[in-house]
Design a protein around this ligand. Structure first.
Ligand code: ARG
Length: 564
């Protein structure tokens, strides 16, 4: 779009006014019958010392030959209106997509730029619950979009693998569990003994002391303590790996909190050296009152370091290791203050790259049943949500297309896709109340609707079969076709917008618009049963829509079934 304004601005030549100024003045009229682009000449009158009417008419007279895709310029009452050759546009866009296939929209604009993306970042020995859904799928989508735009993304699972909960787990494990039980029941066992610890600790406070003692042993490198710690970690990771696979999520690094145990001291030393570290009741803090924030607590009175201390060390490590262009943290908005504090401390340390650290915040997902707490054991496991969505998809598919082959496989793609899509369709900051019926509505603004439209495109193409006719692009040069083409043409800029705003929902929304637009075309215009040249052009349109839908879904981490 901006591109076209530039093309026009370059063709127009006004003394004393820069091309960029002209490009910025060009607008897109709401009423397309008045032109596709318009230059109001009123602002030029003063500089050019002519009336707007005269300016528009003279410019139109000069423009005997317009650059493609423009075909006509018209002066009307001080406005210079431009018309795009829509048939030519259709030809260009459809030919380009046919040629490039899934690589349509690829770019090298991110070449040489590394983007760290901290996402999912689960806590070891705690269940992978619905609260992790957003960070996991938003991060995964950003990862793929950055990659498509030529950046080098680094996916980091900043594991919550350090803290007193490991002491509690060891106590609970020794009292109520065994290695056999752990291997057999995995996370369910870990969560249940963790919950039991908290219930029993209410009546037996010595449990907390024992837990602290065991955690101390982990810190001191005690062999048994470390072995159990690593066992808990291994069991958790093995189990979440299954979910990651279903969600098409990968990481380049699993360096979590424990990884920074030996990397915090240099940061603390530097803070001290720069006079930023203050003693406060035995604790060490960075005062942020001038910035309107509570102090950033870095070392407790007992010498223990904190979440923020680890994040400072992690930021240093990431800068040093990856020399990032940007470092993103896809974490719930509840942690707004934490990241504002950490970034502020980096800034105070004089790290000019603090400005490249971004908290990509998102809202809460809740189910009708309300919020959850790991301690009380009232959690909604992500795996259960996925399973239930798949089960329900199976029922719907079985009802709609009983003859379909691979119903199970399709139900997996549709169910999991629906859950992912529902997250990536909303502005990330919005809270979501999750409803199976809503996300699985085949006619709603949902994943299944996009998958279904894609499968419809494939079925049309299948019916058309091989067609070597020369396409007659006037067959798609109608209101419905033009609307589809305009959207297809926007795809690359949608990708850019989604990384500029860190909002994968730009893609979700775009895909739904594209589906609606194509379905309108399909309703009005026949494809098979038309003359070969007409059929060919409409098949090219269908193929382009399919290509972009499939690629858009892939970027979101969603499979596109061939048949539904
Ligand atoms: N494990 C943390 C949690 O579940 C999220 C970690 C986010 N990343 C970070 N670098 N702080 O709340």
């Amino acid at each position: 779009m901006t591109n076209r304004k530039q093309i026009l601005a370059a063709a127009l030549d006004f003394d004393g006014i820069s091309q960029q100024e002209i490009a910025d003045m060009i607008t897109i009229p709401a009423d397309a019958s008045k032109g596709d682009y318009c230059l109001p000449c009123f602002k030029l009158a003063k500089t050019l010392r002519k009336s707007p009417v005269q300016i528009a008419e003279e410019a139109a007279g000069r423009l005997t030959c317009l650059p493609p895709p423009f075909k006509k310029a018209e002066a009307v009452n001080g406005y210079l209106n431009f018309f795009v050759d829509t048939a030519d546009c259709a030809k260009q866009v459809l030919t380009e997509i046919e040629k490039k296939g899934a690589s349509y929209g690829d770019s090298d604009e991110g070449e040489g730029k590394t983007v760290c993306i901290d996402y999912s970042s689960i806590n070891i020995a705690k269940p992978f619950h619905i609260g992790h859904l957003c960070t996991t799928v938003i991060g995964g989508a950003l990862y793929r979009i950055y990659k498509k735009l030529g950046y080098t993304p680094v996916g980091i699972n900043h594991l919550g693998d350090w803290g007193t909960q490991f002491g509690k787990l060891i106590v609970a494990f020794k009292k109520w569990s065994s290695e056999e039980a752990l291997h057999e029941k995995g996370m369910t066992e870990l969560t249940s003994i963790y919950v039991r610890f908290h219930t029993e600790a209410e009546t037996d406070p010595t449990l907390e002391d024992q837990a602290r003692a065991w955690f101390k042993k982990i810190e001191d490198g005690d062999e048994e303590a470390l072995r159990l710690y690593n066992l808990f970690k291994e069991i958790t990771l093995k189990e979440v790996e299954k979910t990651y696979k279903r969600l098409k999520i990968k990481f380049d690094s699993y360096n979590g909190e424990a990884f920074y145990n030996d990397k915090m001291q240099p940061v603390l030393d530097e803070l001290k050296e720069k006079g930023l570290l203050k003693k406060d009741d035995g604790a060490e803090i960075v005062d942020l009152s001038d910035d309107g924030m509570p102090p950033c607590l870095l070392v407790k009175a007992d010498g223990a370091t904190l979440y923020a201390t680890r994040d400072l060390a992690a930021a240093y490590y990431r800068k040093k290791t990856y020399d990032f262009y940007k470092s993103l943290y896809v974490v719930a908005y509840q942690q707004n203050l934490h990241f504002r504090q950490v970034f502020k401390v980096l800034e105070k340390l004089g790290k000019e790259w603090a400005k490249d650290c971004v908290h990509v915040a998102f809202g809460m997902v809740s189910m009708e049943s309300g919020a959850m707490s790991t301690r009380k054991g009232k959690v909604i496991y992500l795996e259960d949500v996925l399973n239930k969505a798949v089960e329900k998809s199976y029922e719907i598919i079985n009802e709609k297309s009983p003859q379909l082959e691979n119903k199970e496989e399709t139900a997996e793609m549709v169910g999991v896709g629906a859950v992912i899509f529902s997250v990536l369709y909303n502005n990330r900051i919005k809270d979501i109340v999750f409803s199976y019926d809503k996300v699985l509505n085949f006619d709603g603004e949902t994943g299944p609707y996009v998958q279904y439209t894609n499968a419809r495109c494939l079925s049309v193409l299948n019916k058309v079969g091989k067609c070597d006719a020369v396409p007659d692009f006037s067959a798609v040069d109608n209101a419905e076709g033009q609307a589809v083409i305009a959207l297809l043409e926007r795809f690359p800029s949608v990708l850019r917008e989604s990384v500029e705003k860190y909002e994968p929902c730009c893609i979700g929304r775009f895909l739904v618009d594209l589906c609606k637009s194509y379905n309108r075309f399909y309703l009005v215009h026949r494809i098979t049963g038309e003359a070969e040249q007409v059929k060919k052009a409409r098949a090219m349109l269908t193929n382009a829509v399919h290509t972009v839908l499939e690629e858009g879904l892939r970027l979101m981490g969603i499979d596109a079934p061939k048949k539904m």
